[in-house]
Ligand binder design. Structure first.
Ligand code: GRF
Length: 202
């Protein structure tokens, strides 16, 4: 399966996917990395792995629709089977999601439906949670609310700060996203009627 990854920053999740995809038995390859930020650190990581990169700056376009149209046209030329949002900090419009319904994955650094949105680690600590984690889900029109594919939990320790918790969650993000991509690329999990459906033994 052909995958295009979307990043806005360091791209550690994109790198985890690209590394996993290097395994000969992995059922997907990252054919390109798209970013909305020219300075995204993940672009250099992708280039170092020989993966094509494209930058689409919002300010280069008159509207959100024009920005997305350029991205959608570039995607059509690549014919991807799956889009992986990996630290992509821009909301996709309903039209964009409908165009690729059931084929867009995202990773969120909390155990959804708890703590959607931003600054999840500080909010988890402030709420007194004793576990935290990440969620890989299908992207639907609502933010951070699509059907869950994979989740992983980590402990919240008494001395944790948002940074120490973020680092611990990242370690399981980097295992969860490749697993989720494998399941979707192999057709073992798909989105049907707005739900994640497992087909066959996982
Ligand atoms: C990660 O916590 C990810 O879950 C969130 O952005 C953070 C940085 O991701 N979406 P990355 O290192 O850019 O993949």
């Amino acid at each position: 399966k052909r995958v295009v990854a979307f990043i806005s920053g360091g791209g550690s999740n994109m790198l985890a996917l690209a590394k996993a995809a290097e395994a000969p038995d992995f059922p997907a390859e990252i054919v390109a990395v798209f970013s909305d930020k020219a300075e995204a650190g993940g672009l250099a990581k992708a280039k170092a792995l020989g993966i094509a990169t494209r930058v689409f700056l919002r300010r280069d376009f008159a509207s959100k629709e024009a920005h997305e149209a350029a991205i959608l046209d570039a995607l059509d030329a690549l014919s991807p089977d799956i889009l992986c949002l990996a630290g992509y900090m821009r909301l996709l419009s309903g039209a964009f999601i409908q165009r690729h319904e059931g084929r867009i994955l995202n990773i969120h650094p909390s155990l959804l439906p708890l703590f959607p949105g931003l600054n999840t680690h500080q909010r988890v600590i402030d709420a007194g949670m004793r576990i935290a984690g990440c969620t890989v889900h299908f992207v639907t029109e609502g933010m951070d609310e699509g059907p869950v594919i994979v989740q992983a939990a980590v402990p919240v320790l008494p001395a944790d700060t948002a940074d120490t918790l973020a680092a611990r969650v990242l370690t399981v993000e980097h295992r969860s996203y490749p697993l989720a991509l494998r399941l979707v690329a192999e057709g073992k999990v798909r989105m049907e009627d707005g739900r994640a459906v497992a087909s066959g033994a996982l």
